[in-house]
Ligand binder design. Structure first.
Ligand SMILES: [Zn+2]
Length: 125
């Protein structure tokens, strides 16, 4: 039996993330914040490309799966690969939502909408 492959994890201290990210990126990705709708860099972005994790560069979504959800946040119907993103149950604010995280570094990407995924701050590769 081959050994189970354990993916490299990107682990950095809070201080390191704070240094490397902009204030908004840090708030959203590391503190589970939300930028105001219709203000993000990519909600109305229509170029072809790959959306990668702003923290660790892990490829997350392809532009072909991006769709206009009307929410003002970039939305994707599927991740680039099933193992690239993970989900966690988020009970903040008394709501039960499913949070979407980067599987490599644990960055907060957004929440699952009924219509698909809604990640927020991502950077194009
Ligand atoms: Zn990441």
């Amino acid at each position: 039996m081959p050994e189970k492959v354990v993916k490299p994890e990107v682990v950095k201290s809070d201080e390191e993330w704070r240094r490397e990210l902009t204030a908004e990126q840090y708030q959203v990705a590391r503190r589970k914040g939300t930028e105001p709708a219709f203000t993000g860099q990519y909600w109305n972005h229509h170029e072809d490309g790959t959306y990668s994790c702003v923290c660790c560069g892990n490829p997350l979504f392809e532009s072909e799966t991006k769709f206009d959800s009307g929410t003002g946040w970039p939305s994707f119907s599927a991740p680039i690969a099933p193992e690239s993103v993970g989900t966690e149950t988020d009970s903040a604010y008394g709501m039960r939502r499913v949070e979407v995280v980067c599987n490599k570094c644990g960055a907060h990407l957004g929440h699952v909408l009924k219509m698909g995924l809604r990640p927020r701050v991502c950077a194009t590769a």
